[in-house]
Design a protein around this ligand. Structure first.
Ligand code: Z5A
Length: 220
């Protein structure tokens, strides 16, 4: 019987989480695994509305604590509606961002008390933690160039280089502090190369949780 298993993709803006998450999803489906994919903020009626509100560049003066609580409300709903039920029935859950985004962006980035952020995360997730968090890392200048190609920066993307540097450092610190639960991936490489490295990280975890038939020796 396969066990529930949660993989989170984290990292700064433009590090390629969405691109890599989609490729990982397709790869898993090609091998008979039907992951539940969640993006934060979003994936629920409430979360998608909060996303529009929080990222709106014309939103006037949302304070750091309020911002953190809005992201938390979206997360609480996503956990209740999707993540917890999926894990309960033994599914694979892929999250494009999870609780560490609030630690990095609102805690270390904006100066909200990190212990408070962690404690809210603990309450709203019931202590749920991803089995594995892959941090996709790119220097902020690379992320800025990728973003420039898209235009229309949102409220958080508009923050200065110092802010995004603090966020990046926060993620690197999380990986360093707990190598058992985090893996760092150099996301400056071309997309297929990053995907190959990501699969190599995810494969043994899923294999250990019994997520594909024994007869399939290698999951390419
Ligand atoms: N946020 C927060 O503050 N607190 C929280 O608790 C949570 C979130 C949950 C969500 O907006 C924002 O909310 C986010 C953090 C904050 N803000 N920031 N900054 P989002 O979902 O729109 O933002 P994002 O998660 O950062 O997504 P993104 O900017 O789209 O980045 P991405 O998903 O990591 O990258 P991508 O969309 O896959 O790729 C970006 C571009 O780079 C795209 O043109 C790709 O074609 C290109 N790309 C991707 N990979 C490569 C490689 N390897 N080489 C070259 N080009 C590449």
């Amino acid at each position: 019987m396969a066990q529930g298993c949660m993989v989170a993709l984290e990292g700064g803006e433009g590090s390629g989480k969405t691109t890599q998450g989609r490729l990982l999803d397709t790869w898993l489906r090609d091998h008979g695994i039907q992951p539940v994919v969640v993006r934060e903020p979003g994936s629920t009626w409430l979360g998608e509305r909060l996303r529009t509100l929080i990222l709106d560049p014309s939103a006037p003066g949302i304070g750091p604590e309020a911002e953190m609580l809005l992201f938390s409300a979206a997360r609480a709903q996503a956990v209740r509606e999707h993540v917890a039920p999926a894990l309960g029935r033994g599914a694979v859950v892929l999250c494009d961002r999870f609780a560490d985004s609030s630690v990095a962006y609102q805690g270390y980035g904006l100066g909200v008390d990190v212990a408070f952020v962690r404690s809210v995360n603990e309450q709203i997730t019931g202590g749920l933690r991803p089995d594995l968090t892959v941090v996709l890392d790119v220097p902020c200048e690379v992320a800025a160039l990728r973003r420039a190609g898209r235009g229309g920066a949102d409220r958080i993307e508009r923050r200065g280089a110092d802010y995004h540097e603090r966020v990046r450092r926060a993620y690197l610190g999380l990986v360093e502090a707990c190598p058992a639960r985090y893996r760092l991936l150099d996301a400056t490489a071309p997309v297929p190369q990053v995907q190959e490295a990501l699969r190599a990280i995810v494969r043994p975890l899923l294999r250990g949780r019994g997520h594909w038939p024994d007869c399939e020796a290698d999951l390419r």
